[in-house]
Each structure stands twice: as structure tokens, then as C-alpha cells.
Design a protein around this ligand. Structure first.
Ligand code: ADP
Ligand code: MG
Length: 448
């Protein structure tokens, strides 16, 4: 028997022995790899799964493998991020099911996910303008801004906001036809229509919607025939004052291989950007989601997540769910250092640009409201010396520069830098509020 055959049988054994939620969370996510030197190699998505399985399920896994005819085989895990993401396969499966069960309105399906409504969208400076634009469009579709073009990095809420428009329009005018789809689905439907000679029906379908929401339009790159088709659909809808909303992971002029006439049309209406949320918004999102999901993590754990997971709200939510499921299985409160080790892969995956001394000086001066020149002045008053010490501390923690190098950037000796570093380090240990301030400064520097 090969690894797959053994594992398939082992799984049916495990399915009988374990609770369904445990099975789907911990076992279904495993992929059998191969048998090598009397070891059955099993692939898992990250270190967390690896250590969890090893610490909690190894005996029953061995038992199941023996029952499947693999007596004497040892079990070894290999970590492979492609096996499952941070949310876990089970959650993905649930999400997939949810997507497959679209909201029905009248005779049509519109593919809207019922979670993506305005009420569940947390507004902050990074998304306030985009949010307001979407509300305006939802209140008077086809009239306020047409098309509405929303762009921004992955996991920042484009799909959520776009679908919220759809829900809102339907709540006001249930007879409206709203159609949401990804550009990729549009492409697939288009190809199928071409093959089945149903292109007229395809055109009719999209040209008769009142609100057309096309997600991830950057997928049009290099798809000339689809661009041509979309161009005509666009004109048609636009001319009949139907609302078009499109999203993209980059600004319209940076979508390579997009014909100029589409570029210019996409910019006709309103273009709005989503940027990564600041610390307060990240914390507000976590608090909102935790209430919604009936999770209760301590404040310092939520703050830890908000400080460390910065560039993607999907990851933010994934990190929270991971810690919550750990806490509920262990039935013990989480500590910050445990959270740190459970989230290490997520934290490491966020690339940081090198931080410069200059940046630190500017940021800290700004934060404490002193002049940039005070960072290097000889003044000794506490109002100036303290921010300077914080800046030196951050230089020592966040940059690879040596003590003398940092010293000279402040017009001080290396001994002063070391002294400042120790001073601030001690204060962080004693003063919780201050620790948070320094962490916030450091995370905002690292995410620039
Ligand atoms: P994108 O389409 O930009 O990749 P999504 O709209 O899919 O991002 O958002 C990713 C996840 O983050 C979703 O679960 C979404 O509900 C959530 N999310 C994004 N922005 C917010 C926000 N401002 N408030 C609450 N949840 C948000
Ligand atoms: Mg999206």
C-alpha cells in the first residue's frame, strides 16, 4: 500500500473515533505525502498544526495508521504552506459552502455573501473615503458615481464593500437585479458561452442587470477578447444609467495589458483607494469580529494581534480565530508569548522594509511633538531628552546599526545610546501603557 491508500483508510478510522468538528479541524487538513524509511510523511499547513498534532493526536494517528495496515510505521510531519492557510481547511470549506449558497432574490441569484454588509464593516481613516463612496453609490445607483472603481491590496475589504452595495440596493429596491461576480468567473462564463454558441444570452444577461459588480478586474490583463466584450457591456450599461462597480488590486493605470479605452472608462466615475488600516482600526475590527463570533480574548492579546498583523484584514481575522480555537481547546488563558509563538508564521510572513535612523527620529519627534532638530541638539531638558532616548532605543531595536553609528546620528557617544537603551528597556518592563506606546511606534515604523 502507498501513503495515500494507508492514509485514506486511517482517515475513515479516525472519522469514527473523533468528534466531527475535531476531525474536520485537525485531520481533514492533513495530506499524505509518501512512505520513506519506515516513516509515513504527512503534510500540514503550518508549524501550529504540526506541533498541535504532534502534542495531542500522535497516539491516535499511530493507532489509525496501524489499523489501516501500516503497523510499525512512524509518523513524521512536513510543513508545507500550500496545504492549508491560517484559517484552516475546515473554515475554508465553510466559506466555500457559504459562497455556493447565494442569496436568492426573485428568480435570480446574485452571488452575494450575506456577511458582507455595511453594518459589519468597521470604518477608519484607511477606508473612510471608500466606504462613503460606496454608501453614496448604494443610495443612488447609476447616478452618484459611475463607474465606481475601488482598488487596494489583498484582504483590505474590496469584496466586502462592493457586495455591501449590492445588499443595500436590494434592501431598498428588492426588484432590482444585482449581479456580483469575479472577473475570473466572468471569463469562464464567457468562454463557455463561446463554446456553446450562447454568446447572445451571455450578453443579454449582463446587459440587463441594474447593478453589475465585477471583482478583481486586474484579471483582465492580457485577455483581449474578454476586454472587448466587457467594453461593450460597459458602454451598454453606462448608457442606460446602470451602476457599474469594479475592484482591482492596483490603480487602473497600473493594470498591465489593459486597453486604453477601458483604462479611460474606468476612470470616468470615482476612483477610491483602500489602504492598510491603522492600529486603532485594526483593534476595532478585532473587537467587532470577536463579538460577532462570540470569542473572548483578553485585551492584551487583541492588542498583540493588532500590533503585529498589519497589512491584511483577512489575516487579522485568521490570527484571532487561530488563537481563539487554541484557547478553547486548551481551556487555559493565552499569554502574549504563547500568542507570539502561535502566530509566528503570520508575523514572519509580513515583510518589513528596513527602518532608517532618520525615519525613527522623524516619527518619534512627531509623536512627542518636539522638533526634529531636538533629536540631535545638546539640550538636556526632560521634554527633549526623553523622546531622544526613545528614538535611540528604537534605533537599537529596529535597525542593524552599531551603537557608535547610532550615537553619531544623534551627536552622542555610544555609551549614551546604551544608557538610553537600558533606561527605556526598564521602563517598558514596568509601565504597561508606555510599552504599548513604544510598540505602536515600532509597528508604525515597520509597516511604512
Ligand atoms: P479584498 O477583497 O480586498 O481582498 P475582502 O473584502 O475579501 O478583501 O476582506 C477580507 C476579510 O476582511 C473579509 O472577511 C472582510 O469581511 C474583512 N474585512 C475587511 N475590511 C473590513 C472592515 N473594515 N471591517 C470589518 N471586516 C473587514
Ligand atoms: Mg476580494
Amino acid at each position: 500500500m502507498n501513503a495515500n491508500e494507508i492514509w485514506t483508510q486511517a482517515c475513515s478510522y479516525l472519522r469514527k473515533k473523533l468528534r466531527p468538528d475535531i476531525y474536520s479541524r485537525w485531520i481533514e487538513v492533513i495530506q499524505a505525502r509518501e512512505i520513506r524509511d519506515n516513516n509515513l510523511l504527512l503534510g500540514v499547513g503550518n508549524d501550529f498544526y504540526h506541533s498541535w498534532l504532534e502534542n495531542h493526536y500522535l497516539p491516535i494517528l499511530k493507532e489509525s495508521v496501524a489499523a489501516a495496515g501500516g503497523e510499525g510505521l512512524e509518523i513524521k510531519f512536513v510543513v508545507d504552506p500550500s496545504v492549508g492557510d491560517e484559517i484552516g481547511q475546515a473554515d475554508r470549506e465553510r466559506q466555500r459552502k457559504r459562497k455556493r449558497a447565494p442569496v436568492e432574490t426573485g428568480a435570480r441569484t446574485n452571488n452575494l455573501n450575506s456577511d458582507y454588509i455595511f453594518d459589519s464593516f468597521v470604518v477608519g481613516p484607511s477606508n473612510g473615503f471608500a466606504h462613503a463612496s460606496c454608501i453614496a453609490v448604494a443610495q443612488s445607483p447609476g447616478r452618484a458615481y459611475n463607474p465606481l472603481f475601488i482598488y487596494g491590496g489583498s484582504g483590505l475589504g474590496k469584496t466586502h464593500l462592493m457586495q455591501a452595495i449590492g445588499h443595500f440596493v436590494l434592501s431598498q429596491q428588492p426588484s432590482c437585479s444585482v449581479c456580483y461576480l469575479s472577473c475570473e468567473s466572468l471569463m469562464n462564463e464567457y468562454v463557455a458561452a463561446l463554446q456553446n454558441k450562447k454568446i447572445l444570452q451571455f450578453r443579454e444577461k449582463y446587459r440587463s442587470t441594474d447593478v453589475l459588480l465585477v471583482d478583481d478586474i486586474h484579471f483582465l490583463t492580457g485577455k483581449d477578447a474578454l476586454q472587448e466584450e466587457f467594453f461593450h457591456t460597459f458602454n451598454n450599461l453606462f448608457d442606460s444609467r446602470k451602476q457599474i462597480v469594479i475592484t482591482s488590486d492596483r490603480p487602473v493605470n497600473e493594470i498591465s495589458g489593459l486597453t486604453q479605452r477601458l483604462v479611460s472608462r474606468f476612470a470616468w466615475g470615482l476612483v477610491t483607494e483602500l489602504t492598510p488600516p491603522d492600529f486603532e482600526t485594526r483593534l476595532a475590527i478585532l473587537q467587532f469580529k470577536q463579538n460577532k463570533l462570540n470569542i473572548a480574548l483578553q485585551k492584551e492579546i487583541l492588542e498583540f494581534i493588532a500590533i503585529n498583523v498589519r497589512a491584511n484584514i483577512r489575516l487579522l481575522e485568521g490570527a484571532m480565530k487561530r488563537l481563539a480555537s487554541y484557547a478553547s481547546f486548551m481551556k487555559t488563558p493565552l499569554t502574549v508569548s504563547l500568542a507570539e509563538s502561535l502566530l509566528r508564521d503570520i508575523i514572519n510572513s509580513q515583510k518589513r522594509d528596513p527602518v532608517t535612523i532618520d525615519n525613527i527620529q522623524k516619527k518619534v519627534a512627531d509623536y512627542f511633538d518636539v522638533r526634529m532638530s531636538d533629536m540631535i541638539s545638546k539640550r538636556r531638558s526632560q521634554a527633549v531628552a526623553f523622546p531622544r532616548q526613545v528614538a535611540m532605543y528604537l534605533c537599537r531595536s529596529l535597525t542593524p546599526f552599531s551603537l557608535p553609528e547610532i550615537g553619531s546620528a544623534f551627536g552622542k557617544t555610544h555609551a549614551t545610546v546604551l544608557h538610553s537603551y537600558r533606561l527605556i528597556h526598564d521602563k517598558i518592563g514596568r509601565d504597561q501603557q508606555f510599552r504599548l506606546t513604544v510598540e505602536k511606534l515600532s509597528s508604525s515604523l515597520s509597516s511604512e
